[in-house]
Ligand binder design. Structure first.
Ligand SMILES: O=C(CO)[C@@H](O)[C@H](O)CO
Length: 190
């Protein structure tokens, strides 16, 4: 990603957080990624790591219409994905859809209550609502609103070692092309 696109993503997300009353802590830990595909507005996500403890993690994230967080799973992390504003859509699979299409049903917690879904189901998450994703469940998400603020509350987060993408061309972090001065270093640059 070009540094100018990273800077713009930080500004756009920051403005949306402020408009919606989400105030960031001092020295926010920004993590902007195009998942290595070099098409940020199609496959990309803005994340801010709010709490990173060995027992738990909290993030606030931002995406715009048309921007997909691609299908992936975690072997260790269990997470709640929460729509904080806008309309979020989450798609869930019981197995990697690139390897095995199936119509298995499984239980997933939504707002604390279990419901049964079929692998591949697309689940709208209105603001205030959350879905609990167990390790091993494959998931992708994207906004169905112009902008979306997405929360994540999870067990320990290890973005370097615990993201497994369905598309093997995908990487978790972006390569950066310096075309203007940076506003702030990303978490991947330390
Ligand atoms: O787990 C998630 C989203 O499900 C993020 O925290 C990852 O960083 C995306 O790779």
């Amino acid at each position: 990603m070009k540094r100018s696109a990273i800077n713009k993503a930080i500004i756009d997300a920051g403005e949306c957080f402020t408009r919606n009353g989400w105030f960031l802590p001092p020295n926010p830990k920004w993590d902007i990624t195009d998942f290595g595909l070099d098409s940020f507005l199609t496959t990309g996500l803005v994340l801010v790591n709010l709490a990173e403890e060995k027992e738990y993690c909290e993030k606030i994230m931002y995406a715009v219409r048309g921007q997909l967080t691609p299908c992936h799973t975690h072997k260790k992390k269990k997470e709640d994905i929460i729509c904080r504003s806008g309309l979020l859509v989450v798609q869930l699979w019981s197995a990697d859809p690139a390897i095995e299409e199936n119509t298995d049903t499984f239980s997933v917690k939504m707002n604390g209550s279990y419901r049964s879904i079929t692998s591949g189901d697309i689940i709208p998450i209105p603001p205030g609502q959350r879905i609990t994703i167990e390790p091993g469940i494959w998931h992708a998400f994207y906004p169905e609103s112009d902008e979306c603020i997405i929360g994540e509350v999870s067990t320990a987060n290890d973005d370097v070692n615990d993201n497994f993408f369905s598309d093997e061309n995908i990487g978790r972090f972006t390569d950066i092309e310096e075309d203007e001065a940076l506003i702030i270093k990303l978490v991947s640059e330390y």
